[in-house]
Design a protein around this ligand. Sequence first.
Ligand SMILES: NC(=O)c1ccc[n+]([C@@H]2O[C@H](COP(=O)([O-])OP(=O)(O)OC[C@H]3O[C@@H](n4cnc5c(N)ncnc54)[C@H](OP(=O)(O)O)[C@@H]3O)[C@@H](O)[C@H]2O)c1
Length: 293
Amino acid sequence: MDEAIRWRAGLIGAGRLGSALAVALARAGVTVNAAYDRELVRAELLAGRIPGCSVAASAQAAVDSCELVFLTVPDDAIEPVCSGLEWRPDMAAVHCSGAHGLDVLERARQAGAWVGGFHPVQTFAGTEADAERLGGCVFGIEAAEPLRGYLEELARRLGGYPLVVAGSDRALYHAAAVFASNAVVTLAAVAARILHELGLPADEATRGLAPLMRTTVENIERLGAVQALTGPVARGDVETVRRHVAALAARLPELLGLYREVTRQTVALAERRGLDVATARAILAAVQAAQES
Ligand SMILES: NC(=O)c1ccc[n+]([C@@H]2O[C@H](COP(=O)([O-])OP(=O)(O)OC[C@H]3O[C@@H](n4cnc5c(N)ncnc54)[C@H](OP(=O)(O)O)[C@@H]3O)[C@@H](O)[C@H]2O)c1
């Protein structure tokens, strides 16, 4: 393990993720040696937050002074930046993109460097709190050994959950992030739309649902999805589900398909905490009967 944190780390790209990662790595005991950004002031700001970290005069200078270089530039810049640098066999080049495989690091691989992907399943807006937000998240890792083991250890050091993702599984892995983030936004918008239909201004509906959503997320984190589940399906309240279906059919029939699919998945979750088979079937029948107009 200690091998991982003995490597001197450097960053090319001191933007939202690069800054959060560098600060979090340094707090976790990793030597963060060099920061480079084409906007000098960004590298200076970052280096100022990390004891012992210098501003590299160029991307090449960052590579030359480290064993582990994170290319935290925007996705489209990873390949051109990597291709413009001289890499060594005794080092690693790592990107943090969820969209790219290792092909964008081909130039480094050809030079004998280890190459890897280290993608935090989290979103960073560029605030000082971002470094804490790295803790406890899933890290999708793609790399051959020994770099794979090092990156897994780094993820654990950051308080996260490493998951080795083969290139062929990348799309499936990304779909999980879409469910956990984009789909939640979509469901929040759907819920707000219903409240708006009932008369609440749209912005108040969105903001006013946030406390419920926040508590739900906290419960998921604390208890796990099965125990965090509340509501009519978890209680086996078939009549309430029927009333939802009737109300949606009358006022917002275009939401019935979504309600049906979400309820199906909710029934599967509720069964894991003891919903009996007969009630589960009754709920599924209630939503199955719903017809979109
Ligand atoms: N932000 C997130 O939520 C998040 C989450 C997970 C993964 N990631 C991944 O993290 C990586 C970085 O994303 P980000 O959101 O942190 O981007 P970002 O905030 O735009 O930061 C990228 C930084 O790299 C700089 N840069 C661009 N081209 C460069 C070059 N040729 N040489 C040196 N520096 C250059 C940018 O400067 P300019 O502004 O002048 O272009 C900017 O300071 C991406 O691979 C992204 O997929 C991001």
